[in-house]
Design a protein around this ligand. Structure first.
Ligand code: HEM
Length: 427
């Protein structure tokens, strides 16, 4: 059993491919892409579906069949780089994270086989329909409370601050078994992980984030130790029971590290999904009215939101060996950027891909949750939570709309996309 650090803080140098089309300008951080990614992503997919982007230092893969090929070949394309900072981090932040007391290990998204499969087999037990059912009353009650509080404050409101940000954090913390009294502190510690692994934080920001990561890791260690003697009906207790029953197959450090990683995986993308759902649905009045009239339409409408405006626009891999992709030679060590946004708009997969159709039959064929061995474990959880929020909103606020003068604001990074603020109004 070999363990690797959760965040490899020294960004690996990529191998530079030869004979590959080059896109000199592209990086997902360029302002034009942050503002409107789809025209650029679509053009790259259609003109050069495998292209070297020197500004980013990655080969960008944009066609659905090629993105799928990469996901389905984990021996050729390793996921070990998915949690690493995109750019080298400053010495001060690196020194904070080098402290021996900060020792989470790679467990899921960035762990390789056979250990990944060994750990996933235990983790997936926690993501059953039974756990969704146990959580449902809590999700619905908190969604209703937060929405009622927003209504009481009066129209207009920032949906992200009122509901989209707090709810997914609370739900995943509840799922894991963290005490409710700790939620606001936990949010404070976990909030900037997006910037650390996928953005371009300043040196000062990196130091602040590193300190929070260390504080959160210490919290997880203390929480896990306390939970050991005090189990309850939650995910952390299930993992600890699995560890006690199979100590050689799921180590104690792995249990701690799973809890460390889920605080981000189970939280931020759902916030973005909720924001994308409203920013897509509210301007399309007929669609919103249709959902208010028939809530059974919500599930497929959400699939179509996840396809058209995915919360996860890109993901990473690194080539484990020399190979060929779409006729392009890829050298061992090449960093690969999977453009999920472009693949979700691939006309060979989705007819008329730019149109939003809440009845689209194959919307759930989107690639936003990945594919293959690392396919998102929280997929049902995320959709279930978002569906409940839309059910409550369509019940309570059928007149909901985007507030006048609303402007889309998002956080520049290479992998996640959704509004950081969403001004909504109602009658
Ligand atoms: C809309 C929300 C979400 C999106 C778009 C999303 C997307 C993804 C993607 C693209 C991956 C990587 C797949 C790969 O590398 O092949 C992933 C992995 C993962 N996700 Fe999600 N996710 C979401 C919500 C959640 C939630 C709510 C949880 C947990 C509560 C979660 C837990 C995980 C875990 C544990 C993995 C790693 C699985 C593995 O490596 O075996 N995700 N997710």
């Amino acid at each position: 059993m070999t363990e690797t650090d959760y965040h490899q803080i020294r960004t690996a140098a990529t191998a530079v491919p030869t004979g590959c089309p080059v896109d000199h300008a592209f990086t997902p951080l360029m302002p034009a892409y942050v503002e409107a990614p789809y025209p650029i992503a679509n053009r790259m997919r259609d003109e050069a579906p495998v292209a070297w982007a020197p500004e980013l230092g990655f080969v960008v893969v944009s066609r659905m069949d090629l993105v799928t090929e990469v996901f389905l070949n984990p021996d050729v394309y390793s996921s070990e780089n998915v949690q690493d900072p995109v750019f080298p981090i400053c010495e001060e932040a690196a020194a904070i994270l080098a402290d021996p007391s900060f020792c989470p290990v790679a467990v899921m998204s960035n762990r390789q086989e056979p250990d990944h499969g060994r750990i996933r087999q235990f983790t997936k037990n926690g993501f059953t329909n039974r756990r969704n059912k146990v959580l449902e009353p809590y999700i619905r009650r908190r969604a209703e409370e937060l929405i009622d509080e927003m209504i009481a404050e009066g129209s207009p409101a920032d949906f992200i601050a009122a509901v989209g940000q707090p709810l997914p954090g609370e739900v995943v913390f509840k799922f894991m078994g963290f005490p409710e009294a700790d939620y606001s502190q936990l949010k404070e510690w976990c909030g900037d992980r997006l910037a650390f692994s996928w953005g371009q934080p300043s040196a000062e920001e990196q130091v602040a984030i590193a300190e929070k990561m260390v504080a959160y890791w210490q919290y997880v260690q203390e929480f896990t130790a306390a939970k050991k003697g005090n189990p309850a009906d939650d995910f952390a207790s299930e993992l600890l029971a699995d560890h006690e029953a199979h100590p050689d197959d799921l180590t104690y450090r792995e249990v701690e590290s799973i809890l460390y990683g889920l605080s981000f995986a189970g939280h931020e993308p759902v916030t973005l999904l909720l924001g994308n759902a409203l920013s897509t649905l509210l301007p399309r009045r007929d669609d919103w009215d249709a959902l208010c009239a028939d809530r059974d339409l919500i599930a497929n409408a959400l699939e179509e939101v996840i396809r058209l405006d995915t919360p996860q626009i890109g993901w990473r891999r690194i080539a484990n060996c020399d190979t060929t992709l779409g006729g392009v030679d890829i050298l061992k060590g090449t960093q690969v950027y999977l453009n999920l946004a472009a693949a979700n708009h691939d006309p060979d997969e989705f007819p008329d891909p730019e149109s939003f159709d809440i009845h689209r039959r194959d919307a759930r064929n989107n690639i936003s949750f990945g594919k293959g061995k690392h396919f998102c474990l929280g997929v049902r959880f995320a959709k279930f939570e978002a569906k409940i929020v839309l059910e409550v909103l369509t019940e309570k606020l059928p007149s909901l709309r985007l507030a006048g003068g609303h402007e889309f604001e998002t956080f520049p990074n290479i992998s996640f996309r959704g509004p950081t603020r969403l001004d909504i109004a109602w009658d």
